[in-house]
Design a protein around this ligand. Structure first.
Ligand code: GDP
Ligand code: MN
Length: 395
């Protein structure tokens, strides 16, 4: 689960990490005479769209303004719009909240993050002297500026490791103490809050040489929902993909993708393999969808509705291996769903395993235009051919 920047900063402050004092603005009227705003010595503020995306600055979602009138102006321009960033997808994300902070005067931008390195199976802290841009861009343009500390889980991040990172950033002696303290607290926040990512970008060196957190991104591990319930209650569903949100409500594991062939599979590994086969056959998957091991007819119906809500879908590939689940139940769900939604998209069904024969018979007798295939590669090929035929016919 992703947090908003203002939530991320509040989470960090729970661990004694200094963050700017900001005000939340939800309507242009909230700005008023500026009494709500945190005092700004320079008289300048930064107005920041609270959306679940980075790269807001380049998209116009971060505005430096010179006075209270500027805050009002930015608020009226941003609130109620959708911000399209390089990470948001073309529809963008709704701007419902702004964070207004006294503007920092920045001399240099660093990057600092804590995340899990899956290959190493360790928490790693990553630092770079080239902050302010995406870490992917840094990795491409300044790979030598990226430094990592791999954390031994039994002892945690060592102060010596934090100091090494500080040296690699070229910090001065006076900055080192603050940096080490920040790094150790970040690691504590990461582990105690079950985070998947904490990213400070930029960590700024201010005009007076002090280090300051300018932007913060926190993602919590979805498997830790029960341990971090207070944060889950503050989840902003308006920022989430509607289809993915609906899927969560129905206990389905769904990820929207850009392609034309939808798939419905039981089991994450089989779903990945199915997506590979779709690509191999010349199609592009429209989604990842794992209906789970012990799935029901009702769940399959919901899954079908979810798939069909996507207008890009030109064919559907259902791939069920009946190990725990029974294929006749899946067939029942498919038939129910197809009747309910008046299925017009060509659908290829591959059933294998428990009661597969019975399931196939039910589909054949349903009178619905479903294509059955026994072989998975053949099923993927068929789905791609049907999608192409449909596209030709729709022209
Ligand atoms: P992001 O684009 O979503 O990562 O949003 P950030 O909060 O990181 O802001 C983007 C960029 O705007 C930063 O890298 C800074 O260069 C600039 N910026 C943000 N806040 C301030 C501020 O208070 N003062 C100054 N001078 N620049 C800022
Ligand atoms: Mn940033």
């Amino acid at each position: 689960m992703n947090l908003h920047e203002y939530q991320a900063k509040s989470l960090l402050s729970e661990f004694g990490i200094p963050v700017p004092s900001g005000a939340l603005i939800r309507s242009a009227d909230d700005v008023g005479d500026g009494a709500r705003l945190s005092a700004s010595e320079s008289g300048r503020w930064v107005v920041k769209a609270q959306v679940h995306s980075g790269a807001r600055g380049k998209a116009g979602g971060v505005r430096l303004v010179g006075d209270v009138a500027g805050v009002s102006q930015a608020a009226s321009e941003l609130l109620g719009t959708r911000l399209v960033t390089t990470q948001s997808g073309p529809a963008g994300l709704p701007v419902e909240t702004l964070l207004v902070e006294p503007a920092a005067s920045i001399r240099h931008e660093y990057y600092l993050a804590v995340t899990v390195d899956r290959a190493l199976q360790r928490v790693v802290m990553i630092a770079s002297s080239q902050g302010g841009m995406d870490i992917e861009a840094v990795a491409e343009r300044h790979p030598q500026s990226i430094h990592r500390a791999v954390v031994n889980p039994t002892v945690g991040l060592g102060a010596y490791q934090a100091r090494e990172l500080g040296f690699s950033l070229g910090l001065g002696a006076d900055q080192m103490k603050a940096f080490v303290s920040l790094a150790l607290k970040l690691y504590r926040a990461f582990t105690e809050r079950d985070a998947a990512l904490i990213e400070i970008n930029p960590l700024a060196e201010l005009a007076d040489g002090q280090l300051a957190i300018v932007d913060a991104k926190v993602a919590l591990d979805d498997n830790a929902e029960y341990r971090q319930a207070d944060w889950w209650q503050r989840r902003d569903v308006a920022q989430e993909d509607p289809a993915e949100r609906k899927a969560i409500d129905h206990g389905l594991n769904y990820v929207s993708l850009d392609g034309n062939i939808a798939c419905m599979v039981n089991g994450a590994g089989l779903a990945m393999a199915t997506m590979d086969l779709i690509q191999h056959a010349g199609g592009m998957p429209a989604n990842f969808l794992d209906v789970g091991g012990g799935t029901s007819a009702a769940k399959v119906t919901e899954a079908f509705k979810l798939i069909l809500a996507n207008p890009r879908v030109e064919a559907i590939l259902v791939n069920i291996f009946g190990g725990i689940v029974r294929c006749d139940l899946i067939a029942e769900g498919i038939i129910e769903a197809a009747r309910e939604v008046a299925l017009e998209v060509p659908t290829v069904v591959r059933l294998a395993g428990t009661n597969a024969e019975q399931g196939r018979r039910m589909l054949a007798e349903s009178g619905l235009a479903l294509t059955a295939e026994d072989d998975l590669a053949a099923a993927a090929n068929r789905a791609v051919v049907l999608a192409n035929t449909k596209r030709e016919a729709d022209r």
